[in-house]
Design a protein. Structure first.
Ligand SMILES: [Zn+2]
Length: 317
């Protein structure tokens, strides 16, 4: 059995983007419930996420972007006290409420604290059950339900603050991690590997020429056998050659066949298999160090089952 951290914070459930929005607090509740009911939670080391320090967010984001989210939150609070609306719109899919700033700091803070814990050897690996997600957040722009890029912040933090030389970011969300690409493209210390449904939101990922990106577009309806072949044939050889000292995972579960926000056809066993492959790379090159952060996944039952499958492998259950 591994020492696997489960990072969370109550603030992450206070951020919400309006009635019926798929990126809802119910997602975290469904994950918690499933891990409790299945007995998996008892095997995890629960850690409350701290707030990310602003100086660490600035490793991946511009000062104006950070200040603008804080300013929007303060403005919204003032307006609400004057009887105004509960939300402020960022893009057609993305809104803030008065708790978004705190939730976003906790989500990034979870990734940082988990990185500290695996670097210290206090944990073998960790899963951050946090929201808002991060992989669409660009250096200077919030979009696609994301405000701060939790995984990119953690990657740069591991390089700058822990002195690592090579960090891998793996993204198995159904959507292309355009924000992560925006922040890490051209940084040879980071290898980003992903697959993503294409053509699909956010309609990029196929044109970058940066040598540190291995983002593989796949058509709608792609299922587990094709994804396992893709991982074996493309990701794993690149990871083996790169020899990451830490693996960060943008763990989105919206490529599940039951998820309505994507049209791919993965199942729980595929997430378990991918997780196992990543852990073997981490064992060979990174002393097992792996930090996984929740991204998408919107069909609550499929999300909860997929997270359970992912975390079971992390914990060695
Ligand atoms: Zn997604």
């Amino acid at each position: 059995m591994n020492k696997t951290g489960f990072f969370f914070h109550a603030d992450c459930s206070l951020h919400e983007m309006g009635f019926g929005h798929p990126e809802s607090p119910y997602r975290l509740a469904a994950i918690e419930q499933r891990l409790q009911d299945s007995g998996v939670m008892a095997a995890l080391l629960r850690r409350e996420a701290p707030q990310a320090p602003i100086a660490d967010l600035e490793l991946a984001h511009g000062r104006m972007h950070i200040a603008s989210l804080r300013g929007l939150t303060d403005g919204l609070r003032d307006e609400m006290q004057a009887g105004g609306p509960k939300h402020a719109q960022i893009d057609p899919d993305t809104r803030i409420n008065v708790h978004t700033w705190d939730a976003a700091l906790r989500a990034a803070g979870a990734a940082l604290a988990a990185t500290d814990a695996v670097m210290a050897g206090e944990l073998d690996n960790a899963f951050c059950a946090v929201r808002p997600p991060g992989h669409h957040a660009c250096r200077d722009k919030a979009m696609g339900f994301c405000f701060f890029n939790n995984v990119a912040v953690a990657a740069l933090y591991a390089l700058e603050r822990h002195g690592l030389q090579r960090v891998a970011i793996i993204d198995f969300d159904v959507h292309h991690g355009n924000g992560t690409e925006d922040i890490v493209a051209g940084d040879a210390r980071i290898l980003m590997a992903s697959f993503f449904q294409h053509p699909f939101y956010p309609f990029g990922g196929t044109t970058s020429t940066a040598g540190n990106l291995l983002n593989v577009p796949v058509p709608a309806r792609t299922a587990g056998d094709a994804i396992r072949a893709l991982v074996s044939d493309t990701w794993l050889p690149r990871l083996e050659a790169f020899q990451p000292e830490l693996i960060l995972v943008s763990a989105g579960f919206d490529a599940h066949r039951e998820d309505d926000l994507g049209q791919m056809a993965l199942v729980e066993a595929d997430y378990a298999w991918i997780t196992q492959q990543l852990m073997e790379v981490a064992a060979r090159h990174a002393k097992g160090r792996l930090v996984s952060c929740l991204e998408g996944g919107y069909k609550l039952d499929a999300l909860a089952r997929s997270v359970e499958a992912h975390v079971r492998v992390l914990a060695g259950l």
